[in-house]
Write a protein that binds this ligand. Structure first.
Ligand code: AMP
Length: 415
């Protein structure tokens, strides 16, 4: 027997209902903030990710699904959404329409060790606001993430924020961190030792207990802020407070990817070990991919992690539906015509015409139909239709006849 590829899974039934609920609500909120939807290809040339995310990051160095296509081109299944969107802006007409606010959702691929809440194929939904650099834009973006959570009735999440400052801040800080951590190199985890020369800031969000202990006394980014970077971050915090948005500053939040500068943030839930979403500002990303030299800010939520936090009773009620059931083969044509008529009125209707009457009723019941329209000889000839109630306990097995001309009205009212 075949199985899905390790770390990948099929999505259907109640999980699909939850997935659609998450996407629908998040898109609605993003629309209120002025975002429009973008969909980019699932594959990009590998260089798009190498150049934007950075060669030394975990995502690029370990986790990408990269392969040669039949034309000999090196392509990669997207591990995240931002790089592809920046490539789309740089290569299409969007660059002439700055600022742009784009929302997306879809499959992402990372060759990571599968475990609870961590898949090799998963979904993200996110947004990018490109062409405006200001603390107001940053805060508006953070408020959007918070409103998405509220729209899904997800509570108790914490928004952690930090600033990576500007180029100058970062250079100075990297030197300070390397100098400090070099003194403790012998005790660092193997992963962190390897990162010390390549991507030292990542050591600051290591999950290893000794790394955490060492990092506790590491220099703080704040100490390297240029005055402009400091002012920018102070204004972000002030605006969050003015908006009554709760947040916490996490001095060690650096995010995994190379492209961030200034504001970065992550959303954590007490019910999930890893973050449920994260984002930040990027100053050089678009230019790196051949676009204009403008800054942007964006975020992505992991859809599976949001789904985990959505309560079943937050979902909209199940759509009720009707079954059209001919009594015998002779009534099949007439019954199908009724079913088609109901579809045209947008009434959710299924047609059951195979097997005995008992079997047809049983299948309709199994498929979750609420009402059955029984089409027999008399119904075909006369002006009425027999309706059987299926689900409602009080009305179970109740039967009634209705006027054929009032059928649509009756179903609209009773379903
Ligand atoms: P990142 O940009 O790596 O922080 O990813 C943003 C969000 O995507 C995370 O906060 C997770 O919710 C989700 N995510 C990242 N990697 C995975 C994965 N392998 N499986 C499921 N969700 C993931």
């Amino acid at each position: 027997m075949f199985r899905p590829v390790r770390g990948m899974k099929d999505l259907y039934g109640p999980d699909m209902a939850k997935y659609s609920y998450v996407i629908k609500n998040a898109s609605k909120v993003a629309k209120v903030y002025g975002y429009s939807m973008i969909s980019t290809p699932i594959v990009e040339y590998t260089e798009v990710f190498q150049r934007s995310i950075g060669d030394d990051t975990d995502v690029v160095s370990k986790e990408m699904y990269t392969f040669m296509d039949k034309g000999g081109e090196l392509i990669t299944l997207r591990p995240e959404g931002t790089a592809g969107i920046m490539r789309a802006i740089a290569t299409g007409s969007l660059a002439q329409r700055m600022p742009v606010k784009l929302m997306y959702y879809g499959e992402m691929f990372r060759y990571d060790r599968p475990q609870k809440g961590r898949y090799r194929q998963f979904h993200q939904l996110g947004a990018e606001h490109v062409g405006e650099k200001s603390p107001y834009t940053d805060v508006m973006t953070i408020l959007l993430t918070s409103d998405i959570l509220s729209s899904l009735k997800i509570q108790d999440c914490k928004i952690m924020i930090n600033s990576l400052g500007d180029d100058e801040t970062r250079k100075e800080y990297v030197d300070a961190v390397v100098q400090y951590l070099s003194q403790h190199e012998g005790r660092l985890s193997a992963d962190s030792k390897a990162r010390l020369r390549k991507n030292p800031l990542r050591i600051l969000d290591s999950k290893d207990a000794t790394d955490i202990e060492i990092c506790f006394a590491a220099p703080r980014l704040k100490s390297c802020f240029t005055s402009e970077a400091g002012r920018y971050f102070d204004k972000v915090c002030e605006l969050l407070e003015r908006s009554n948005q709760r947040y916490e500053i996490d001095n060690f939040l650096v995010r995994g990817l190379d492209y961030y500068s200034h504001t970065v943030f992550e959303i954590k839930s007490p019910h999930e070990r890893d973050s449920i979403g994260g984002g930040g500002r990027y100053d050089k990303l678009l230019k790196t991919l051949g676009g204009p030299d403008v800054s942007g800010i964006g975020f992505a939520f992991g859809v599976e992690r949001l789904m985990q936090l959505v309560k079943d009773d937050s979902l909209p009620p199940r759509t009720k539906k009707a079954a059209v059931i001919p009594v015998s083969e002779k009534e099949n044509d007439a019954a199908m015509a009724i079913c088609v008529q109901l579809h045209n009125y947008g009434i959710v209707t299924e047609f059951f015409h195979i097997g005995t009457m008992g079997k047809k009723m049983q299948t309709a019941d199994k498929m979750g139909c609420d009402l059955a329209l029984i089409i027999g000889e008399n119904e075909c000839a006369g002006d009425y239709i027999t309706v059987k109630y299926m689900y409602d306990d009080i009305n179970k097995k109740k039967e009634q006849t209705i006027d054929k001309n009032k059928m649509v009205e009756f179903l609209k009212y009773n379903l």
